[in-house]
Design a protein around this ligand. Structure first.
Ligand code: SAM
Ligand code: SF4
Ligand code: FES
Length: 375
């Protein structure tokens, strides 16, 4: 793991070389929230532009979504998965994975405790575990809704009917990363799955009235910078409410465990460009960023992000939910994480937001008024 200080020193050293052309592109993104694929590719690939991008994204973050950081309590409720994603430790062929499935009472109890820690939202995440069919999961959702918590689901691909049932039971948001918008790469990395079905899931979720979160896994073998530029345009076109991106961290118990991992700096530039192009979106500082760099979440929160998802899973289950090695907080308790993140956010001069953190539409409203005035 690298230190935050070193990362900042590296980025500052390169910042002196930023060209006038790149500074003009960043200004354009800050003012218009639009860039072409070629412009995005140029900035994503530019080490020298990183600090200026982060500063512009931090201003846009302040202007559109404010200084509050939304904390969402993450409950990893099952490590059982029917899929076989090449990058993930929970893939079904990984015989070394230690599998567990929490029962309904335990999940509800973790949610109740999350409420007690002051989290207004819980994220229910798992492998694709079909034991949790519509009836079972809807029952859990209804019980958790009784605590007046917002609920985000992150349980993978299901039918439109199932998504409709979860929504009806009270689920508010859904997190499903597209991982990459490059169809051949997606289908190499997620054998047996189809890109068009993942895209269908995201469209169904949107039509059903969920707040939709998606995102990119940065550094997949064969992924190029223009592909990532196209990911950003895809999120802009679908008007994503939340975009979570993180570096690929190789897991030796997977077929691509020997490949190099994703780049912290590229992922940071991606976060900044996401803020510039989707100014109202909720953008988390992901756990994987901090797994790569100590205090990585502070760096990302200062580069455009406004959400953190502290773990509220208890005991040994944290370790067993092993997507990749080196996961942070496995020996900490939910109370440790709450205390830790509260202190760190305050030390940055930001504050923990107390509302449920639904997506801001203030910018859109302002734009409509402006457009109305021009018409
Ligand atoms: N099963 C659900 C799904 O795939 O959407 C939700 C859980 S899945 C573990 C959540 C995310 O973990 C995936 O979208 C993927 O981007 C990320 N992930 C999996 N393996 C990873 C790895 N080796 N490094 C970084 N992120 C990883
Ligand atoms: Fe299963 Fe999700 Fe991991 Fe793929 S990324 S193997 S669907 S848990
Ligand atoms: Fe878990 Fe810091 S967030 S201990």
């Amino acid at each position: 793991m690298q230190s935050a200080k070193r990362i900042e020193q590296e980025a500052r050293a390169k910042a002196g070389n930023v060209s006038d052309e790149e500074l003009a592109l960043i200004r354009k993104a800050e003012e218009t929230h639009r860039l072409s694929e070629a412009e995005l590719t140029q900035l994503l690939g530019s080490d020298a532009a990183e600090e200026a991008l982060a500063a512009a994204a931090d201003r846009v973050r302040h202007r559109y979504v404010g200084d509050g950081v939304h904390l969402r309590g993450l409950i990893e409720f099952s490590s059982i998965c029917r899929q076989n994603c090449m990058y993930c430790g929970l893939r079904r062929d990984n015989k070394k994975a230690e599998r567990y499935r929490l029962d309904a009472d335990t999940i509800v109890e973790l949610a109740r405790k999350a409420k007690g820690y002051g989290y207004p939202t819980v994220v229910l995440q798992s492998g694709e575990d079909l034991f949790f069919d519509t009836d079972r999961l809807c029952a859990v959702i209804r019980r958790i809704k009784a605590f007046d918590l917002a609920i985000t689901l992150s349980i993978g691909e299901r039918s439109r009917e199932e998504y409709a049932a979860f929504r009806e039971a009270g689920a508010d948001r859904y997190l499903l990363r597209i991982e990459t918008t490059d169809e051949p790469l997606y289908e190499r990395m997620d054998p047996g799955m189809s890109w068009s079905n993942r895209d269908r899931c995201l469209r169904d979720l949107r039509e059903l009235g969920y707040e939709v979160g998606t995102g990119t896994l940065v550094g997949l073998p064969g992924q190029t910078i223009p592909m990532i530029a196209r990911d950003i345009l895809y999120y802009q076109k679908m008007d994503a409410d939340m975009i979570g991106v993180g570096p690929f961290i190789p897991n030796p118990d997977t077929p691509i465990g020997g490949e190099p991992g994703g780049d912290f700096h590229l992922t940071r530039r991606l976060v900044s460009l996401l803020r510039l192009l989707l100014p109202e979106a909720n953008i988390p500082a992901t756990t994987a960023m901090e797994t790569m760099v100590a205090m990585g979440r502070e760096i990302v929160l200062s580069s455009g992000a406004n959400v953190v998802m502290p773990n509220v899973t208890e005991g040994d289950y944290r370790r067993k939910y092993a997507l990749y090695p080196g996961k942070i907080c496995v020996a900490d308790t939910p109370a440790d994480c709450r205390h830790c993140m509260g202190g760190r956010i305050a030390a940055m001069g930001r504050f923990v937001a107390e509302d449920k953190g639904f997506r801001h539409h203030r910018g859109a409203a302002e734009r409509n008024i402006e457009e109305g005035a021009r018409a």
